[in-house]
Ligand binder design. Structure first.
Ligand SMILES: [Zn+2]
Length: 176
């Protein structure tokens, strides 16, 4: 069903999980989080952000080899956020802005979590995903080696280090 197009108004309003609404045209791809008028800081992710925002590229490559996505597409940021939405449907809102050509991305997610907490959630879910995948592996040695590595893995520490190394607080990543 086609709706009449009202330039600039139809696609722009985005209702956030906290109940506030924003204009998607106020968001840009360089943003990682923003201070909402509800008083919280919300993480923002768009489909053009690479999965390397959350995970090392080497791990992304392993995931792409081992994880079958439902759609058959290569695992991407969209799938990572899909996992978050599945686990925390009340905490994440998404909007398809593909018809709003001016913003530069097609999908945007905003979570009630701030950027760091969202990062931890993504890593926790990926670890769970890998545990699940490895538990189906035939190779017992691979399973126990993975489980051993996971015993030492600290999500919070990983996220702290990763964000420091990848400079997510750099000049391109200022909250607006
Ligand atoms: Zn809010």
């Amino acid at each position: 069903m086609s709706e009449p197009r009202v330039p600039g108004s139809r696609e722009a309003s985005f209702e956030l999980p906290c109940g506030e609404s924003i204009d998607v045209r106020d968001l840009d791809m360089g943003m990682r989080e923003f201070d909402c008028s509800c008083g919280e800081c919300h993480a923002i992710v768009t489909d053009v952000h690479p999965p390397g925002r959350f995970l090392p590229e080497s791990l992304v490559a392993i995931l792409r080899e081992t994880i079958d996505t439902r759609s058959g597409d290569e695992l991407d940021t969209m799938h990572l956020l899909g996992m978050v939405v599945e686990e925390f449907p009340e905490q994440v809102a998404s909007k398809d802005v593909s018809e709003n050509g001016s913003v530069g991305y097609a999908l945007v997610w905003v979570s009630t979590f701030d950027s760091r907490r969202l990062h931890e959630v993504v890593v926790e879910l990926v670890v769970e995903l890998m545990e699940h995948a490895i538990s189906h592996a035939e190779d017992d040695e691979a399973v126990s080696s993975f489980e051993e590595q996971m015993l030492d893995f600290d999500v919070s520490e990983f996220v702290t280090q990763y964000r420091r190394e990848r400079d997510f607080q750099g000049p391109a990543d200022r909250a607006i």
